[in-house]
Ligand binder design. Structure first.
Ligand code: GRG
Length: 298
């Protein structure tokens, strides 16, 4: 697939997803409207929508199409957005800008940003539970939700964030680095792919393919993120470059150097493509997405 064709497909999916997401945020004026405003702000401030698109693609690769999948995709973006709002707080990474715009706490204040993050996390599960309860066959949805919950909790993203926080200023070491990348970033990306397979009742063989693809793109994604923090263009990235170095963060370039990190990211991407080609020609979008993530500039 040509990169141009891929980009227009990606854009179309992003637009479709944005429409689905907006249906959950058209509440009339409520007493607690401020928290909705803060939640909407970060949800709509230019995210690439990678996780929901991964989820919906995995779901449709396994031959399905349904409303429940769109709602699960929205829930994934809400969980991702909560993690970014909290990550930007002064008590964590203390960032003033994300995606070229002021961070949530800069606009709404720290207290409201904490609540907006909590609100998004909880709303994600409210939505998934509601749809699961409406279903005649809830098991696939429960398996998908279990995958998402585990990947974003203390055994996944939160666990990775804990070790990431503790690693600041520590001597570079491969073991901590591998734990951080697998848990903080790769876990939710992988879960987005695998949960799509669970919801679509994919075979064990296809679940294994999705699992491997998700793992490898998740790892490559974070390695590329580390590289961009050194060589990226600040305007394109929409955030300050060099912040990892400044904070003494444990990153791939600091453990392996830039060149080896690039090679490692490429190897993960090749493994991801290898894993997904078992689906045949219908896996073309996933394969192009792997390339896009490797060559992304933001
Ligand atoms: C606060 C519990 C808690 C966890 C935070 C995800 C995370 C853990 C921190 C974010 C720090 C960070 C920038 C990690 C790099 C990888 C990453 C998640 C990048 C942002 O994801 P994109 O590029 O974001 O998909 P967009 O802006 O496109 O939505």
């Amino acid at each position: 697939m040509k990169m141009m064709d891929f980009k227009s497909m990606l854009e179309q999916r992003q637009q479709e997803f944005d429409m689905a997401l907006s249906t959950h945020f058209n509440e009339p004026t409520l007493y607690q409207h401020k928290v909705f405003e803060a939640m909407r702000y970060s949800l709509n401030v230019g995210g690439k929508r990678i996780r929901p698109i991964l989820f919906l693609e995995a779901y449709s690769l396994c031959g399905k199409s349904s409303q429940i999948a769109k709602d699960f995709a929205c829930a994934l973006e809400m969980i991702h957005t909560y993690s970014l709002i909290h990550d930007d707080l002064p008590a964590m990474d203390n960032d003033d800008f994300r995606r070229g715009n002021p961070t949530n706490h800069k606009v709404f204040g720290e207290g409201m940003a904490i609540l907006a993050g909590d609100g998004l996390l909880n709303y994600a599960y409210e939505l998934m539970l509601k749809r699961t309860l409406d279903s005649d066959n809830p098991r696939p949805a429960l398996l998908a939700m279990n995958t998402i919950a585990t990947a974003s909790g203390v055994y996944g993203m939160i666990g990775g964030q804990v070790v990431d926080m503790q690693s600041e200023g520590k001597a570079p070491n491969e073991e901590d680095l591998s734990f951080i990348h697998q848990h903080k970033t790769a876990a939710l990306l992988k879960a987005s792919v695998v949960a799509g397979g669970y919801l679509a009742q994919a075979s064990q063989e296809n679940l294994s393919r999705l699992d491997a693809y998700g793992h490898h793109i998740g790892m490559a994604f974070q390695i590329v993120d580390d590289i961009l923090d050194i060589v990226g263009n600040q305007d394109k990235l929409g955030k300050t470059v060099g912040s990892d170095l400044e904070r003494g963060k444990l990153t791939y370039p600091c453990v392996y150097g830039l060149e080896k990190s690039r090679v490692m990211a490429k190897e993960h991407l090749e493994s991801a493509k290898q894993a997904i080609c078992g689906f045949g020609p219908s896996s073309e979008f996933f394969s192009a997405l792997a390339d896009f993530l490797l060559h992304r500039e933001y």
